[in-house]
Design a protein around this ligand. Structure first.
Ligand SMILES: *[C@@H]1O[C@H](CO)[C@@H](O)[C@H](O)[C@H]1NC(C)=O
Ligand SMILES: *[C@@H]1O[C@H](CO)[C@@H](O)[C@H](O)[C@H]1NC(C)=O
Ligand SMILES: *[C@@H]1O[C@H](CO)[C@@H](O)[C@H](O)[C@H]1NC(C)=O
Ligand SMILES: *[C@@H]1O[C@H](CO)[C@@H](O)[C@H](O)[C@H]1NC(C)=O
Ligand SMILES: *[C@@H]1O[C@H](CO)[C@@H](O)[C@H](O)[C@H]1NC(C)=O
Ligand SMILES: *[C@@H]1O[C@H](CO)[C@@H](O)[C@H](O)[C@H]1NC(C)=O
Ligand SMILES: *[C@@H]1O[C@H](CO)[C@@H](O)[C@H](O)[C@H]1NC(C)=O
Ligand SMILES: *[C@@H]1O[C@H](CO)[C@@H](O)[C@H](O)[C@H]1NC(C)=O
Ligand SMILES: *[C@@H]1O[C@H](CO)[C@@H](O)[C@H](O)[C@H]1NC(C)=O
Ligand SMILES: *[C@@H]1O[C@H](CO)[C@@H](O)[C@H](O)[C@H]1NC(C)=O
Ligand SMILES: *[C@@H]1O[C@H](CO)[C@@H](O)[C@H](O)[C@H]1NC(C)=O
Ligand SMILES: *[C@@H]1O[C@H](CO)[C@@H](O)[C@H](O)[C@H]1NC(C)=O
Length: 430
């Protein structure tokens, strides 16, 4: 009976698989842009299909790929996708794009899976963007902060989407922009690794994931980059867990309004400017509620726990002094935010990172020291029920104490819920 059931199930499974068309992307050989072969397949492979970039092959993805509208489609990246190495060639494509925002890979639709090589240690399954030369050249090109005309990586706008086991190597800049309801993102690697001790070569704007979506689950992803590891920009019911973020600007909620019910759980932060960050910009209007960062393992972060309602973009605010807010400035109202179980070390030897190209630096905070364990830069009356408990942060060189930046006027409900003394000074739990 057991055997019969197993056989019956496998026949059913076989029937479902065979309804799915397999579309193998041909490899054209040297000198051929493999996007041509892919594009020829698409009219017949946009629904109920599996599009396969074959294992062991290095595809030449010489032009941007618009997959169009896909329904019930899995894209398997088993081989490598090689983007062009010529900076002027790519810049000219971006410059020619209306609005200047070019994604190298674009898709929309419903029930889309982007999957990588199931053998995570395989030398295949990588998307190679050759970003290092862009980061290097940026140090000689004014204005500092990254070259002009950089492409974005992937834009996926779909409900019921999955991204698993995908590996991105040396992205030029932004990696994933994700939009939609019901997203599952797991087992992916983004390698924009850079030399922490050579701040001149910095991977500007290499955001790992920018998320706009409801019912989102992220698990077991690894990112080493130079901007937000993951940035929640809009949505409700978002969980990000078991993630490793190296370098970069941490597990972020970056929005002015329209985000609720977000949990960051079990995040390991290594050598980052921020381990956890809430960021909204000055003069925003809006509300964000129910956000928790819990079980955060911090190794050498400049700002382990950080919230700002007055974020300052060095590209649009050159010459202005961060920390000087005109009278009647407004900011996003945040409610029910908590940080629970945050342990580890504060970077107090070489603070900051190579993203600082203005004077004063965009991440300068008035009254913060080089051992800023908790930094809350929140305008008068813009926060309610903020709780920060079970914090154990120490300067990495063992010298000094963890400090906090905190203004009691920030909180509409007083400082009784906070969990620590709201002063500019040493961290004292209450
Ligand atoms: C990639 O495609 C372009 C044409 O768009 C071609 O000029 C170039 O030689 C190809 N590169 C490789 C490695 O095949
Ligand atoms: C589409 O796929 C079907 C099934 O594999 C095949 O018979 C048909 O020739 C394909 N059509 C085109 C235009 O490639
Ligand atoms: C989603 O797409 C996959 C193919 O990628 C297919 O096997 C599955 O049946 C689809 N799910 C639904 C609910 O249509
Ligand atoms: C875009 O290209 C035009 C010439 O085609 C050039 O004048 C302009 O400076 C370029 N813009 C940027 C931002 O590089
Ligand atoms: C929240 O998102 C998770 C993961 O997508 C999902 O399983 C769960 O049903 C969602 N909860 C609600 C209340 O929508
Ligand atoms: C925390 O995440 C790591 C992966 O970064 C994982 O290995 C570990 O099992 C997770 N811990 C818990 C308690 O889930
Ligand atoms: C801490 O981070 C800084 C800045 O990223 C880096 O220069 C330094 O090597 C790191 N220290 C350790 C002990 O990893
Ligand atoms: C925040 O959480 C509380 C308690 O779980 C819930 O009642 C409230 O609806 C949530 N707020 C939003 C905007 O979802
Ligand atoms: C700030 O707002 C108050 C009350 O609306 C107003 O009287 C005052 O002129 C404003 N100040 C500035 C600098 O706009
Ligand atoms: C905080 O850590 C304690 C001890 O490890 C654990 O029991 C508790 O569940 C953690 N809290 C959260 C919200 O994960
Ligand atoms: C710095 O701290 C002092 C004393 O706590 C306070 O008066 C001042 O407003 C703070 N500066 C800023 C920009 O927050
Ligand atoms: C904060 O705002 C309240 C109400 O608008 C006002 O009464 C108070 O003086 C302000 N406090 C500070 C420190 O600006």
């Amino acid at each position: 009976m057991l055997r019969y059931t197993a056989l019956f199930t496998s026949i059913l499974a076989g029937a479902i698989v065979s309804a799915q068309q397999i579309c193998v992307v041909p490899f054209g050989g040297y000198g051929v842009n493999d996007v041509d072969g892919l594009t020829a397949l698409l009219p017949n492979c946009s629904s109920d299909a599996t599009i396969v970039f074959q294992d062991g092959v290095k595809y030449n993805i010489s032009t941007p790929v618009d997959f169009g509208t896909l329904n019930n489609v899995e894209i398997q990246v088993l081989g490598n996708l090689e983007l062009p190495k010529s900076i002027p060639y790519v810049q000219q494509l971006v410059n020619a794009t209306a609005g200047g925002r070019l994604y190298w890979f674009t898709m929309k639709g419903n029930n889309i899976t982007l999957s990588g090589n199931p053998d995570q240690s395989s030398e295949y399954g990588w998307v190679d963007s050759y970003g290092i030369q862009w980061w290097q050249e940026a140090q000689y090109t004014q204005p500092l902060g990254g070259l002009a005309n950089r492409p974005h990586g992937w834009s996926i706008a779909a409900n019921s989407s999955t991204i698993r086991n995908v590996k991105l190597r040396k992205p030029i800049a932004w990696s994933f922009s994700l939009n939609g309801n019901d997203m599952h993102v797991y087992g992916n690697k983004i390698d924009a690794a850079y030399d922490l001790n050579n701040p001149g070569v910095f991977p500007f704007n290499t955001d790992g994931y920018d998320i706009h979506g409801d019912n989102v689950l992220f698990e077991n992803n690894w990112v080493f980059n130079g901007d937000d590891c993951v940035a929640v920009n809009a949505g409700n019911n978002i969980t990000i867990r078991n993630m490793v973020c190296e370098g970069g600007h941490g597990a972020s909620l970056s929005a002015t309004t329209g985000v609720d019910n977000v949990v960051f759980d079990n995040i390991t932060s290594i050598n980052s400017l921020y381990a956890t960050r809430f960021k909204s910009s000055l003069n925003s209007v809006g509300n964000i509620s129910n956000v928790t960062w819990q079980n955060i393992h911090v190794h050498n972060a400049t700002f382990p726990i950080f919230a700002t309602g007055v974020y300052y973009d060095q590209n649009t605010n050159r010459g202005r002094t961060p920390g000087v807010y005109p009278a009647n400035s407004t900011a996003t109202h945040i409610k029910n935010f908590s940080w629970i179980n945050v342990t580890g070390t504060i970077s107090d030897v070489y603070t900051g990172d190579g993203s600082c190209t203005t004077d004063p630096c965009w991440y300068y905070v008035a009254n913060a020291t080089n051992t800023a364990g908790i930094t809350l830069q929140l305008l008068n009356g813009t926060a309610t029920n903020i709780q920060i408990h079970n914090v154990n942060l120490k300067p990495i060189d063992g010298k000094g104490v963890s400090n906090v930046v905190c203004d009691p006027s920030s909180f509409t409900d007083g400082t009784g819920n906070l969990g620590f003394e709201c002063v500019n000074g040493p961290y004292v739990s209450t």
